[in-house]
Design a protein around this ligand. Structure first.
Ligand code: SF4
Ligand code: SF4
Length: 116
């Protein structure tokens, strides 16, 4: 098992199954109703931090975003909200319920330290 080498690729290119429209809809629904579905709660948290980049319709996680909390500090890729970053970031690249084939890379990012 490798470790993060702080290349910053995963924060500059966050890949999700949810479109910007869905994230926005869910966020404003939550703002209005204050109802949180625990199975879907991260959407409310992550919508304000992401900037949409582009869509790749033929892949599993087609929506690409850049995180607004990503910075370079002293030449190193850094999360400016590290202590309170959302669960998708804390758990990356290991996700509950996701089983990989033996030869499959654990991280979808080329050069990611977890694939070494
Ligand atoms: S892509 Fe991998 S090595 Fe690069 S910052 Fe993300 S977790 Fe770390
Ligand atoms: S919150 Fe931090 S760890 Fe998560 S994507 Fe943004 S910069 Fe990366």
């Amino acid at each position: 098992m490798g470790e993060c080498i702080r290349c910053g690729n995963c924060c500059q290119d966050v890949r999700l199954a949810e479109s910007p429209e869905l994230l926005e809809k869910a966020y404003f629904y939550w703002k209005k109703s204050k109802q949180i579905d625990p199975n879907f709660s991260e959407i409310y948290l992550i919508y304000p931090m992401l900037e949409f980049l582009f869509e790749e319709p033929d892949v599993d996680l087609p929506y690409h975003y850049r995180c607004k909390h990503f910075v370079f500090k002293d030449g190193l890729a850094t999360c400016s909200i590290h202590p309170i970053r959302p669960r998708m970031c804390r758990d990356f690249p290991y996700y509950e319920g996701v089983k990989l084939e033996e030869e499959e890379n654990v991280s979808p990012y080329e050069g990611c330290g977890y694939n070494i």
